[in-house]
Design a protein around this ligand. Structure first.
Ligand SMILES: [Zn+2]
Length: 309
């Protein structure tokens, strides 16, 4: 693969509280603001508490999920009296950190999330981005306290709905398991370490170091699976099977149990072998998602260095 040169990555946004009850990002951002951490050598850092009203209420959101508001269509929707708080906030954040797709957008946007699923530390990103893959590789080789993986949501950037799509480059760091509204030091530490390593990588990159190319294993979202429900009421009729619970990223084969009905029957996985993740994520009950399924792929990326004028 050919070598790639990219302009300096000097303006970084670190966002937490995009979901108001995911506590690691909320407290990391608050701590950075308390320490007035606005510059690290060549990197200027903007810290943002994305959804302050939801953080105040310790809820995921007030009216609608902020992290589904960043599509081009929603960002250009005119504000009216009936516009939700979160869509207003999305347009404010787009003005502050973007605008999405423009030259003025921050060079890298990092959004900090927690999951109730047993996923360890995951990078989540959209279409192929060499910067994200290089940072991921760097963190994966240095962070040892929990598994580190990368998940690609193959969505065009105009339809990308989450906050990190506003930056020129961007990814979400998702760490779990951690219940909503709860702070765990082990989860906090892993997220903080990933953030510090990201900034360390950016400093090295901006200083002119060349990072070699290579390859990484990534999980690409294939589909989502809903809970079995009563067709009349929509109520659940089964829970995640004990053998699937907490086994995120463990290969699911046809015939493996996925749900246990309340009358004691086992529902089995059908179709191709895939990798489950976000198993029993608390926030996804309302989205009718019991877990996602991914295919494992190998992504190859080129060597990279900073482009000087
Ligand atoms: Zn979240």
């Amino acid at each position: 693969m050919e070598h790639v040169s990219v302009p300096p990555l000097s303006r970084v946004a670190v966002c937490g509280g995009t979901h108001g009850n995911e506590m690691s990002g909320v407290y990391i951002v608050r701590e950075m603001q308390r320490q007035k951490l606005e510059k690290a050598e060549s990197v200027s850092i903007t810290t943002v508490l994305s959804n302050p009203r939801a953080v105040e209420a310790c809820r995921r959101y007030i009216e609608t999920d902020l992290n589904r508001c960043f599509t081009d269509a929603l960002l250009s929707t005119p504000i009216t009296d009936s516009t939700s708080y979160e869509l207003r906030r999305a347009q404010e954040l787009n003005a502050q950190l973007g605008p999405k797709g423009s030259e003025e957008a921050v060079d890298l946007l990092l959004d900090l999330h927690n999951t109730t699923a047993n996923m360890g530390l995951s990078f989540i990103f959209y279409s192929l981005d060499w910067i994200t893959l290089h940072i991921y590789k760097y963190i994966q080789t240095k962070l040892t306290s929990m598994p580190v993986r990368v998940i690609q949501l193959d969505i065009p950037i105009s339809e990308a709905y989450s906050l990190e799509s506003v930056g020129k480059h961007g990814f979400a760091i998702e760490v779990g398991p951690q219940p909503t509204g709860v702070l765990r030091a082990d989860i906090f530490n892993a997220m903080k370490e990933a953030l510090d390593l990201t900034i360390e990588w950016l400093q090295k990159f901006n200083s002119g170091i060349t990072f070699g190319g290579g390859e990484v294993e990534a999980y690409v979202l294939v589909k989502s699976v809903d809970y079995p429900r009563d067709p009349m009421t929509g109520e659940l009729t089964a829970a995640i099977h004990p053998q699937l619970q907490d086994n995120d990223f463990k290969l699911l084969r046809p015939g493996d149990p996925i749900f246990q009905s309340f009358s004691g029957e086992t529902v089995k996985h059908e179709g191709e072998e895939l990798y489950p993740f976000f198993i029993n994520e608390c926030a996804y009950y309302e989205k009718k998602v019991a877990f996602h399924l991914a295919r494992k792929v190998t992504l190859t990326f080129p060597s990279i260095n900073v482009k000087r004028d």
